[in-house]
Design a binder for this molecule. Structure first.
Ligand SMILES: [Zn+2]
Length: 87
């Protein structure tokens, strides 16, 4: 897959996706979305695209870490041959 195709897959992940490691605990943490984690970890959104902690017109450090983890995970899954192109 190209980087653009991988980015297309990432764009399809809903903002309501629960970020939790254990399937059997998902029902206990239905609101652990990225936005909730931002608040829990001290980087709540100020308004669209900005962080209350890091400020506007700059990169949120938590956002940069999150983007790196997601992008790297998808890249590595692609290298393992675990992904397929979507129609
Ligand atoms: Zn931030």
């Amino acid at each position: 897959m190209t980087e653009e195709q991988r980015d297309g897959l990432i764009d399809r992940i809903p903002a309501t996706a629960v970020l939790w490691p254990h399937d059997d605990e998902l029902a206990w943490f239905p609101n652990r979305t990225y936005d909730e984690w931002r608040t829990i970890l001290g980087h709540p959104p100020a308004h669209r695209g900005c962080c209350q902690t890091c400020g506007c017109a700059t990169t949120c450090l938590l956002g940069a870490f999150y983007d790196s983890v997601v992008t790297s995970t998808v890249r590595e899954l692609d290298r393992l041959g675990a992904l397929k192109e979507q129609p």
